[in-house]
Design a protein around this ligand. Structure first.
Ligand code: HEM
Length: 75
């Protein structure tokens, strides 16, 4: 389940980035129709809930070895 959410977030971020990039590229070439500027919104509305879910994952318990990023284990 968690890995599905993470994979959805990862691939949606790619779609989101391409939508934003295509707006900048399009603006350099021509005048874009107004709806074109709204293209990043659908993927953004997927990124927000999946991202917030992943943010709180370490605090929700369940995963015994989970370490919140704020208490990093790098040292
Ligand atoms: C808009 C609200 C967003 C929230 C709240 C959010 C939150 C998060 C969180 C909490 C993680 C997990 C970090 C970790 O593992 O410690 C994550 C991973 C990631 N986020 Fe977001 N994110 C958002 C939007 C975006 C956007 C706009 C992009 C890129 C265009 C993006 C790309 C990624 C990628 C590539 C990962 C790594 C996923 C993986 O493990 O493969 N996120 N995000």
């Amino acid at each position: 389940m968690n890995s599905v959410i993470r994979t959805v977030h990862r691939w949606t971020s790619l779609v989101f980035s391409l939508a934003v990039a295509s707006i900048f590229a399009g603006m350099a070439i021509t005048t874009l129709p107004e709806w074109f500027y709204y293209l990043p919104l659908p993927p953004l509305f997927v990124l927000i809930p999946t991202g917030i879910y992943m943010f709180f994952l370490p605090y929700l318990g369940g995963q015994r070895n989970a370490v919140p990023a704020s208490k990093g284990s790098a040292l």
